[in-house]
Design a protein around this ligand. Structure first.
Ligand SMILES: NC(=O)c1ccc[n+]([C@@H]2O[C@H](COP(=O)([O-])OP(=O)(O)OC[C@H]3O[C@@H](n4cnc5c(N)ncnc54)[C@H](O)[C@@H]3O)[C@@H](O)[C@H]2O)c1
Length: 333
């Protein structure tokens, strides 16, 4: 039985705790939050001890794994310390507040599993689209297009997401890191990046509430996306276009709508393409699948997603986007 500590018992810490508890090979050994009621709520639900100081995790050899789900400002510090103390770590996205923090985490992961929480890869429509793409269903890749957003909320400037020191970036980082990871997953690392940022509704300057990103690959493939905290009706859309057809994922369940994959295959003679729709209307299983993969990586050395290299790639892509937005010039990734 692998004993796990969860550091940061907010929205995501609770999600992780439920999967740790459910998995037959893992159990909750400690839940840590600087805000005692947050840890107490998990302790009551999952019957485990609590702490307020995360350093306590480092001193307990019976805790083999740490889930780091605090605000972004502590992800790197806790992760590097936990790895140095010999723990395996699942750290939430983004991989720190910037590339330098991501590099520090990757460097500390010498003989332990470090996994970055890119749970979107486990959403069934995205996983299926990726599988079909890799099988060559839509032919050679031409371009990718994505939209992701929600409507934010009044008071953002008082939350960690509205604080540059605790968040590292605005919406381009928050939901945008999932999009850049998906782009990297399908198409690899781009060569060039360009971006425009806006801060138009929420008073969170210098952070952005909207990010518009553009990537170009050496072979001419282009990816573009828009992430938004002024997307009043929640939206997720990720589309992959090949010479022979397209794969269009929409929805992530719940407020983002039912998850669907529309497969279009163009006809040689033109006209309306062959269309197939796959609907994934089961409850979100991404957190469970991600946890199962992490445990298999630890116990059986299985290949896993969200490796340090993949986390670093996403942070390089974000860094190039921010640089382009700042300078007004195309940036090398
Ligand atoms: N994979 C995803 O789709 C996804 C979705 C949302 C958030 N996230 C990531 O998960 C992380 C947490 O986000 P959230 O929405 O759960 O935030 P949250 O604000 O709900 O939870 C963060 C928790 O960390 C606690 N905390 C703060 N400082 C601490 C400290 N020194 N020691 C211990 N606990 C401390 C806070 O009290 C709070 O309970 C962020 O990195 C975020 O980017 C990932």
């Amino acid at each position: 039985m692998i004993r796990v500590a969860v550091v940061g018992c907010g929205l995501i810490g609770r999600r992780r705790a439920a999967e740790i508890h459910r998995h037959p090979a893992s159990s909750l050994g400690l839940v840590v939050d600087i805000h005692p009621p947050a840890a107490a709520a998990l302790a009551e639900e999952f019957d485990c001890p609590t702490a307020t100081d995360w350093h306590q995790v480092l001193e307990d050899p019976s805790l083999g794994v740490v889930v780091v789900s605090t605000h972004n400002g502590l992800l790197a510090e806790i992760t590097t310390a936990a790895l140095a103390a010999g723990k395996h770590v699942l750290v939430e996205k983004p991989m720190g507040r910037n590339l330098a923090e991501a590099q520090a985490m990757a460097a500390a992961a010498t003989n332990r599993v470090l996994k970055i929480g890119f749970n979107h890869r486990y959403h069934p429509a995205l996983a299926r689209a990726h599988q079909l793409y890799r099988q060559g269903l839509v032919g050679e890749l031409i371009n990718l297009r994505a939209y992701y957003g929600h409507g934010g909320r009044p008071g953002y400037e008082r939350e960690w997401r509205g604080d540059p020191v605790l968040a590292g970036g605005g919406e381009l980082t928050d939901q945008g890191v999932h999009i850049v990871d998906l782009i990297h997953w399908f198409a690899g690392l781009p060569q060039e990046a360009f971006a425009y940022l806006q801060t138009v509704v929420w008073p969170i300057e210098p952070l952005e509430d909207n990010g518009f990103g553009l990537f170009r690959y050496p072979n001419g493939v282009v990816a573009n996306f828009h992430t938004s905290w002024t997307q009043w009706k929640n939206l997720f859309s990720f589309e992959v276009f090949g010479r022979e057809g397209s794969l269009s994922v929409s929805g992530l369940g719940r407020s983002y709508g039912i998850e669907r994959l529309v497969i279009a295959r163009r006809r040689p003679e033109g006209g309306v393409p062959d269309l197939t729709e796959e609907v994934f209307d089961q409850p979100d299983s991404s957190w469970r699948l991600e946890w199962e993969e992490f445990i298999a990586a630890i116990t059986q050395g299985e290949v896993y997603q969200g490796t340090p290299a993949e986390g670093l790639a996403a942070m390089r892509m974000l860094q190039a986007l921010y640089q382009a937005a700042r300078t007004g010039a195309v940036a090398r990734v």
